[in-house]
Write a protein that binds this ligand. Sequence first.
Ligand code: 5GP
Ligand code: MG
Ligand code: MG
Length: 182
Amino acid sequence: MDHKDYVIDTMISAKSIAARVEELAREIRGTFSATDKLVVVGLLRGSFVFIADLVRELDLPVEVDFLEASSYGNAMQSSREVRILKDLRGEIEGRDVLVVEDIVDTGYTLHHVLNILRTRSPARLEVCALLDKPSRREVDVKATWTGFEIPDEFVVGYGIDYAQRNRNLPYIGKVRFPKKKA
Ligand code: 5GP
Ligand code: MG
Ligand code: MG
């Protein structure tokens, strides 16, 4: 897919994202103890910008780890098949864990990842998702904290890609395909 085939309309500005990340960090900060070092787990790759901004607003001792779970293919469809491509480096048994996800869509990815992490007996397991598409949900899973609820649109930017492009946009935009001229 050539990038000239689509346009990106701004949905959430960089300024709005920054303001919301600050609020989220404040809410999260209030529920964790400063004495137990929190393990913040970013789900690669889409959450890498969000987790970077979030941990810098989080006034807590944190460890940062990453996990890559992937659905098959890189098209605009979510898949029910979820694989762990890259596991955590650290142990989470008895630890407070905050999973950071870019988008909760059908919910399969988060559901699967939480089930795996739960088997490792963390003391606490919470989720902060930047975006939520509640109208798309197929499994009953919800983030503890959500940045923005959005409609059923395919979005890019702020870490989120379309076929590995547009992750570096500082805002969230929706992808639109203009009608081809004859
Ligand atoms: P789920 O398993 O909840 O259906 O899908 C979650 C994952 O699908 C997200 O973490 C993200 O990687 C991908 N996804 C869902 N909606 C979108 C979207 O609008 N844009 C992009 N680029 N990826 C999406
Ligand atoms: Mg994701
Ligand atoms: Mg993707």
